[in-house]
Design a protein around this ligand. Structure first.
Ligand SMILES: Cc1cc2nc3c(=O)[nH]c(=O)nc-3n(C[C@H](O)[C@H](O)[C@H](O)COP(=O)(O)OP(=O)(O)OC[C@H]3O[C@@H](n4cnc5c(N)ncnc54)[C@H](O)[C@@H]3O)c2cc1C
Length: 382
């Protein structure tokens, strides 16, 4: 049972649900069809405090509890998954500063980021290093009071419009993940080249880019000591994986809503298709799957709210929710028959948008590795 202090802030969640329905949902199909970068919603999102929902009040954020954050992200994603992906990529950047930065860095960057005045990107993946960041080859080499960052990052959400990029790079090539350090890079200072946006299967409004670095960054922009970047990345990814679980719950719920409505109104042989037991069972499975994913997500949020380590729970929540969203959006499309396959309805978009959730921020295979490794280590008493 969750502690009462972790209870959902219903006012915030319902304000974000209304905003999502009224502002985001009407343009979601156009954003998808024309691959419009969801930054078009930045001002509206910032005006109601969404860009700083993940941050404490001390740094200009909303200071909401993890349950409220989960349900808020679910609402955004259910209305427009591309917009939610732009927002959650920004959270990865600001969480990196929140978890790895010093007070000066936090005071300098976070309040403006929380207000949406500046947009962040999180750059961990490289062309040759995705699932295992220790394989990365981008380096930061000392040059006096600066570091020269050299190398290429790939699939970096928001990078094309980012005012700051958190670059995870090697300061010690021989030290594996212990040689990774994180830096705040200001692309406006030069030496950062952004490629064109990738053409993706889904989340077409959540643009991703290749980023080439050959730039000088002051030592003051390093987050924490040399070699602490991987720890910061892991803490940031715990939060990020929970955010993705929330996105999956939101998209699956949107698909489910459409499926229930369609099943109740679409007639075959003179009766609503909801009267077929085969479809009733599908609807029952969808609802059960979503409830289970939400319960896992909120139980990870419980641990997070108590200040306990929740890496295992975040991995479980992300694994289950992303697999669940694949099943549920597919079933919802099936219930719509041929109409589900057309672009006149959002079902095919939901199917495309959720596909990446099983891949990014640690694929399902990587989450299973983390879960198994953690459980085996605890069984061995480590
Ligand atoms: C739309 C989009 C947005 C993204 N946004 C960002 C971002 O903002 N920042 C960022 O840093 N990255 C981002 N990424 C990158 C994303 O996190 C990586 O694509 C992901 O981590 C997988 O890495 P990879 O593509 O190199 O696949 P690989 O690591 O090459 O994996 C290929 C396959 O091998 C499997 N595999 C790998 N290792 C193991 C193992 N040990 N055991 C079993 N199976 C394994 C994987 O599960 C996968 O099926 C984004 C990607 C996309 C497509």
């Amino acid at each position: 049972m969750a502690d009462a202090s972790f209870d959902l802030d219903h006012d915030i969640v319902s304000a974000i649900q209304i905003f999502s329905t009224e502002v985001l949902e009407p343009s979601a199909a156009k954003i998808d069809a024309e691959s419009i970068f969801a930054i078009c919603h930045l001002k509206a999102l910032a005006d109601i405090g969404i860009m700083g929902l993940n941050l404490p009040e001390a740094f200009g954020g909303a200071g909401v509890n993890p349950h409220t954050l989960f349900e808020s992200i679910a609402a955004l994603s259910g209305a427009c998954a591309s917009t939610a992906s732009m927002v959650t990529a920004h959270y990865l950047a600001t969480d990196s500063i929140q978890y790895g930065g010093d007070e000066v860095q936090k005071a300098h960057w976070l309040p403006r980021a929380a207000k949406g005045e500046i947009l962040g990107a999180f750059a961990l993946t490289e062309p040759g290093a995705g699932s295992n960041p220790a394989d990365m080859t981008t380096t930061a080499t000392r040059e006096g009071a600066f570091y020269r960052i050299k190398g290429t990052k790939h699939f970096i959400s928001n990078a094309g419009a980012a005012d700051f990029i958190i670059a995870y790079v090697k300061t010690d090539k021989a030290a594996g993940s212990r040689g990774i350090s994180a830096f705040i890079v200001d692309p406006a200072k030069g030496g950062v080249t952004i490629g064109s946006a990738e053409k993706t299967m889904g989340l077409k409004g959540g643009h991703v880019f290749e980023v080439m670095f050959d730039c000088l960054v002051p030592e003051a922009n390093r987050l924490g000591a040399d070699g602490t970047g991987f720890r910061t990345a892991l803490k940031t990814l715990d939060a990020g994986r929970l955010d993705i679980a929330a996105c999956c719950v939101g998209i699956a719920e949107a698909a489910q809503r459409h499926a229930f409505e369609w099943a109740s109104t679409r007639q075959v042989s003179g009766a609503p298709i909801a009267e077929f037991q085969g479809l009733q069972w599908m609807l029952a499975d969808m609802a059960t799957d979503i409830a289970a994913a939400r319960a896992l997500g909120l139980s990870a949020a419980d641990k997070r709210a108590r200040g306990e380590r929740y890496s295992l729970e975040a991995s479980m929540a992300k694994l289950f929710a992303s697999e669940m969203a694949g099943r549920v959006t597919d079933q919802a499309l099936q219930i719509h028959g041929g109409y589900g396959f057309t672009q006149g309805l959002p079902l095919e978009r939901f199917v495309r948008d959720v596909r990446i959730m099983r891949i990014y921020e640690g694929s399902s295979e990587v989450q299973r590795n983390i879960i198994a490794r953690t459980l085996l280590a605890s069984k061995a008493g480590h």
